[in-house]
Design a protein around this ligand. Structure first.
Ligand SMILES: NC(=O)CC[C@H](N)C(=O)O
Length: 360
C-alpha cells in the first residue's frame, strides 16, 4: 500500500530493517521474540506473557482474518486472552489489508491503533528470525518519524505486578473452589476451570492465598523473569507445606520449581509456537503443545521430592515437574492452549480429579 508510512526496526546489534507502518504510528522498544505459529494472533497479542516484547511472526501473511468481537461470557471476553494487547509491537512480512472471517469485527491494524501498539510490515522476517536465533536474546526498537527511544530490557522489571489483577475477583459458582494465582493469567485457564464445576478465586501476584478457603491452586502463566517474583514464591512455598492440589502453568512451572529449591535460566531463543513436541517422562508418549516462554527451569537443582514430568523433544529442556509424594504438578507448556492444539487439556481433568479425591 503506497500510503503506508515508513517505519524502522532497529536491533541492539545495530541491524536496521526498514518497513511500513500498519498499526499505531509511534516508537517503542522491548525484547525481540519470534513466534512460528501459523494462526492465533488475537490470542498471542492479548497473552499477558508478551508484556515488554516486540513480537515477530514468522508466518508470512498476517491479518487476513481480522480480529474478533469483544463479546463476554462469565465476565470475561470469549475470544481474547486478556482485556488488552500486551505486546509492545508487531513485526510481520506481509500485512493483509483485506480481512474476512465470520467473527471478524475490525482489522488487525485498527485494533493495534486502538491500543497504541505499532505494527510494521514489509520486513524480511526470515533473515530477522535467523539473526535472533543465532545471537540469542536481543533488544529492539520500532522507530517512527525518527523519534528515537531507549532500548528497554523487560527482564529487570516486575512485569507480573503490571499485568496481574489488582484485587481479588471471584468467577462462577461451581462446587470446587480453586485459587488462581494471577501473575498474568490467560483467560483460557479461567475458562478451562469454569467448565469443570469450579468457583475460581483470582488473586494478585503477591496475595497470600493460603488464608483463603480453597480446594486447589492454579499458578498461572505470566511475563518476565521468574527470579523476580519473590512474593509469589514465598506464598507458593507455604502452600507446598500443605497437601491441597497445585497445578502450575508456564511461569507457574518456573515459580513452583523455584519454591521447590530450583533455579531458572534464559534460553538462547525461546519456545513460541503451537507445535512443540513434549514427552511424558517414563513413557514413549508425546504431545504437541502450545508454548510461549524464554526462561526454563533447571531440574538438577530441585529437591529430591520432585522429578521431571515432561521434557521438550527439540532441545531436551524441562517441560514440567511433579512431586513424588504430594498432588503438585506443573507444565512449562500451555495445556489451556488458545491458540494452539488442545491435546493436553486433559491435565485440567487430572488436576480436578486430585481436587475431587481430597474433597470426598
Ligand atoms: N508464558 C509464560 O508464562 C512465560 C514465563 C516466563 N515469562 C518466560 O518467558 O519464560
Amino acid at each position: 500500500m503506497s500510503e503506508a508510512k515508513e517505519i524502522k526496526l532497529i536491533l541492539e546489534d545495530g541491524s536496521v530493517f526498514a518497513g511500513k507502518s500498519f498499526g499505531y504510528h509511534g516508537s517503542v522498544s522491548g525484547e525481540m521474540v519470534f513466534n512460528t505459529a501459523m494462526t492465533g494472533y488475537p490470542e498471542s497479542l492479548t497473552d499477558p506473557s508478551y508484556k515488554g516484547q516486540i513480537l515477530v511472526s514468522t508466518y508470512p501473511l498476517i491479518g487476513n482474518y481480522g480480529v474478533p468481537s469483544k463479546e463476554t461470557e462469565n465476565g470475561i471476553p470469549k475470544f481474547y486472552e486478556s482485556d488488552e494487547i500486551h505486546i509492545a509491537g508487531l513485526v510481520i512480512s506481509e500485512y493483509s489489508f483485506g480481512y474476512s472471517h465470520w467473527n471478524a469485527q475490525k482489522s488487525l491494524g485498527d485494533w493495534l491503533k486502538e491500543y497504541k501498539v505499532p505494527g510494521i510490515f514489509g520486513i524480511d522476517t526470515r533473515s530477522l528470525t535467523q539473526l535472533l536465533r543465532e545471537n540469542g536474546p536481543m533488544l529492539g526498537k520500532v522507530v517512527a518519524d525518527d523519534v528515537d527511544v531507549e532500548f528497554y530490557n523487560p527482564d529487570i522489571h516486575n512485569l507480573a505486578a503490571m499485568v496481574s489483577t489488582k484485587e481479588k475477583l471471584v468467577y462462577g459458582n461451581g462446587k470446587y473452589r480453586v485459587v488462581l494465582l494471577d501473575t498474568g493469567a490467560k483467560y483460557n485457564i479461567l475458562r478451562c476451570l469454569l467448565k469443570r464445576d469450579t468457583t475460581v478465586i483470582r488473586v494478585p501476584w503477591d496475595y497470600d492465598f493460603t488464608q483463603e478457603e480453597y480446594d486447589g491452586i492454579v499458578l498461572s502463566n505470566g511475563p518476565g523473569n521468574p527470579a523476580l517474583y519473590e512474593a509469589s514464591v514465598n506464598n507458593i512455598r507455604k502452600a507446598l507445606q500443605g497437601d491441597k492440589p497445585i497445578f502450575g502453568i508456564c511461569l507457574g512451572n518456573q515459580l513452583m520449581g523455584i519454591a521447590a529449591g530450583g533455579s531458572t535460566h534464559k534460553l538462547k531463543y525461546g519456545h513460541r509456537a503451537h507445535n512443540h513436541p513434549v514427552k511424558l517422562v517414563g513413557t514413549d508418549k508425546c504431545y504437541i503443545t502450545s508454548q510461549n516462554h524464554g526462561f526454563v527451569l533447571d531440574t538438577d537443582s530441585l529437591d529430591s521430592d520432585w522429578e521431571p514430568y515432561f521434557i521438550n523433544l527439540n532441545d531436551n529442556t524441562n517441560e514440567g515437574i511433579r512431586n513424588k509424594k504430594k498432588p503438585f504438578f506443573s507444565t512449562q507448556f500451555h495445556p489451556e492452549a488458545s491458540g494452539g492444539p488442545t491435546d493436553t487439556e486433559f491435565l485440567f481433568d487430572n488436576f480436578m480429579d486430585l481436587v475431587k479425591e481430597r474433597k470426598k
